[in-house]
Write a protein of this length. Structure first.
Length: 181
């Protein structure tokens, strides 16, 4: 006759589960595979076009990137991101509707991220370069904004510290530059 010993945890509670980052990667992978082929094709065509525009603009401003790729599905916190190693990722689809963003928005984001290749903050130097790149994109016909005040790029409002995601980076750059002045 066996005596059943009391346990603190049920066996299913002791099973190892993947860590949160692993679960998120699995979910992102499932979301990408679950998209219709027409969306994947549309995204691929859009990236070819953005890379062509980006190569031309980068060449004109003496900039180089390592990779220009679409942002992963499910990432909705930003429209684009530029890493220190020169990788750029751009979100192609609207967060809620999943429709492709307007070409003018994508080109605006591309110009913004290209400016980050030279200035990884949102300093005045960055803003001036971004406006110059966007102006060149407009002159070349790559950037055709809608009916808003076209004399002022929409993204300039993002550069205020309270609305910008790079506040910590801006502070780090100011601190580093303060020592070199």
């Amino acid at each position: 006759m066996s005596v059943e010993r009391p346990t603190l945890f049920a066996p299913e509670e002791l099973a190892l589960r993947p860590a949160a980052p692993v679960r998120l990667r699995e979910l992102a992978g499932r979301a990408a595979r679950g998209r219709p082929a027409s969306q994947r094709d549309e995204d691929a065509r859009t990236m070819v076009r953005l890379r062509e525009l980006g190569e031309d603009l980068a060449r004109r401003f003496g900039l180089r990137w390592r990779a220009l790729d679409p942002e992963r599905d499910g990432v909705n916190g930003h429209y684009g991101i530029c890493y220190e190693d020169g990788r750029i990722r751009i979100r192609l689809r609207h967060a809620r509707t999943r429709r492709l963003l307007k070409e003018s928005s994508l080109v605006d984001t591309l110009c913004h991220e290209l400016a980050h290749l030279k200035h990884l903050d949102h300093s005045l130097r960055f803003q001036r370069l971004y406006v110059r790149i966007l102006g060149e994109a407009r002159r070349l016909g790559y950037y055709r904004p809608g009916t808003h005040d076209a004399s002022r790029p929409r993204q300039l409002s993002l550069f205020r510290a309270e609305t910008c995601g790079t506040r910590r980076t801006d502070e780090r750059v100011r601190t580093r530059n303060a020592g070199s002045v």
